[in-house]
Every structure is written in C-alpha cells, then in structure tokens.
Design a protein around this ligand. Structure first.
Ligand code: UDP
Ligand code: MG
Length: 309
C-alpha cells in the first residue's frame, strides 16, 4: 500500500469541487494498492470554495485543506501543497477536471515501476481555445526552449505525479517567483510524458486572459534565462559600433565637403530616436531582472495560511 497525496489548488471553484472529488474517487477506488490523501488548497477564494471543501472533509477524513489569507496564485498553492505532504507519491491536479483523472492509474503504474521519478502530462491539441492564444503559446515554447537552459515540453501541464525525492528537490527551490514548469524541468530526474487531448473546464471559468498568459510567459523567460540581459549587451555593442562608423562618416564628409553641415537633419533625428528607444528597451530588460532581485531579497513568505486541517 503506497500513499498518494493529491494536491488541488482551488480559486473560486465552488461548482467544480464536488464534481472533481466524485470523478477522482471513482478512479481511485479502482486503484486498490493506493491510499489517497487529498490536499485542497483554497487560494483565497471569495465564493463557497472553502465550505465545499469542509463539506467533503466531513464525509472523508482523507480530505485535508489549507486556506490562504488571500489569493497568492496557483504557483504558491502548489508550493504550499508540496510542503505539507508526506507520502511516497504526490500528484498535482487542477480542480476543473481539465487534468483527466483516467490517467492516474497509468501514471501510478509508471512511477511505481521505478523507471521514472516523475510522470507529466501534455496536451497534444488546444481545441476550444482561441487561435491567437495557441499561436502565442507555440511562440513561447519555441523561444524559451531556445534561450533557456531548461527544456519545457510544448503543451505540458502542471498535472504531474512525482516521487517524494523529487518533491524534496522542488521544495529546495524556495524562490519567491515560481514558474513550476521550469522548476520541474530544472530539478531533473527521469520524467515520462503522457499525451492527451484537450478537455474543457467542467464548471466555472478560467481567469487567464491573453495578457495574463503573456505576463506568465515573461516570468518563465526571466526566471530561467539570462538571454534577454545578454541581448541588451549585444544591442548596446552593435549600436556603439554603428555610431563609430557614423562619426567617421560625418568627420570625413566634413573634410571633403566643408559646407554640408546642415545636411542630414532627418537622419540625425532618426538616429536619436532609435538609440533612445534601444536604451529604454535595454533598461526595461534590466529593470525586469532587478524587480525579481528586489522581490527575492525582501524574502517575503510565498503564501500565508489562515486555516489548515
Ligand atoms: N488557481 C489557483 N489560484 C489562482 C488561479 C487558479 O489556485 O489564482 C487554480 C484553479 O482553481 C484551477 C487551477 O489553478 O484548479 C488552474 O486554473 P485555470 O483552470 O484557471 O487555468 P487553466 O486550466 O486555464 O490553465
Ligand atoms: Mg483549467
């Protein structure tokens, strides 16, 4: 008999919780050699999420929960869950049933065989999602895989089963800005990816706007790559070289054609605007990294608990 903790981040999910519990229980009863423990993380929900979880706890003592003092985000909820579990195996699942529970037996079988330390899942299509969002995701995966030292498999979800050892490794990365997809890849270990087709949420709605996804992608890049910083150095170097050529050009023209000084106003304005723009762009990149350092050195807690059971 092995213990399996199921960590479920929930933010305003009152409708999904009973549906999720029922669907997962159905699959778990078939897994005879597993002793499941649910950990629902209420990420500062404003609806009846917490009462719904408490209702489940009344029926099933294997249901535990942590309730945050406010909304800290899914990454913080995952971290809180991982910190509190103590079983041989751990799985992270979304409560909206977009992570199909039917895959649990297969994941468990693979991890139990000892061949893998972690079994992740990836969506192979994005049916039901806007074309524009899918296009942006594709761009994100190709960029981050080119410029960072972690490999992020396209379409990978946070739905992942891990051994205790890998959970410990993930917890050792207690950085404030958390990008789980990068962290799971960074810690290494042998990982198997299962594929499945996209499933739409069972209830409620996702609050991921395109802008929020874009910011999430930027977090991933800044957290796991120094390429933007190097890029700003190269931009600086190239514009410096170009300006030397420009200076030589102006000086030589002055010597050859002494009366041409008024000539070139338009190009001068263009150059000033271009260089000014590049400087602000590079400063922005540096600012992004300084912002991360600022948050890290303040050493604030990743989440705050209000209730736990
Ligand atoms: N979630 C959370 N905190 C948040 C936002 C989301 O814990 O601030 C949870 C949410 O309840 C769900 C999971 O994270 O269980 C995934 O959220 P969502 O379905 O909105 O994301 P998507 O599936 O669109 O990536
Ligand atoms: Mg979802």
């Amino acid at each position: 008999m092995s213990g399996l903790s199921i960590i479920v981040p929930c933010y305003n999910e009152e409708e999904s919780i009973p549906l999720f519990y029922k669907a997962v229980e159905k699959v778990l009863t078939k897994m005879k050699d597993v002793q499941p423990i649910f950990w629902f993380i209420d990420d500062g929900s404003k609806d009846n999420t917490l009462p719904e979880i408490k209702e489940l706890r009344k029926q099933d003592k294997n249901v535990h929960y942590i309730s945050f003092s406010r909304n800290f985000g899914k990454e913080a909820a995952i971290y809180a869950g991982l910190k509190n579990v103590d079983t041989d195996y751990v799985v992270l699942m979304d409560v909206d049933l977009q992570d199909p529970p039917d895959l649990l037996p297969k994941m468990y079988q693979l991890i139990k065989s000892g061949k893998y330390d972690s079994v992740g899942c990836r969506r192979v299509d994005r049916d039901g999602e806007s074309r524009f969002k899918s296009f942006l995701s594709d761009c994100f995966y190709s960029v981050i895989n080119k410029i960072s030292d972690v490999e992020i498999v396209p379409g990978v979800r946070d739905y992942r089963m891990m051994t205790k050892q890998m959970v410990q490794a993930v917890l050792e990365m207690n950085e404030y800005s958390r990008f789980s997809k990068g962290i799971f890849s960074w810690v290494g270990f042998r990982t198997k990816y299962l594929e499945y087709h996209n499933i739409e949420r069972v209830a409620g709605k996702s609050d991921w706007t395109t802008w929020a996804l874009f910011k999430y992608a930027l977090t991933g890049i800044v957290d796991f790559s120094q390429t933007p910083l190097n890029m700003s150095m190269w931009i600086g170097m190239i514009s410096f070289l170009l300006s030397i050529i420009g200076i030589l050009f102006v000086c030589i023209r002055k010597i050859i054609l002494p009366n041409s000084s008024v000539f070139g106003w338009a190009s001068l304005v263009s150059i000033i605007l271009l260089i000014g723009g590049l400087q602000l762009f590079c400063l922005g990149i540096i600012g992004k990294y300084i912002g991360k350092i600022y948050l890290q050195v303040k050493n604030r807690p990743i989440y705050l608990e209000k209730e736990k059971q």
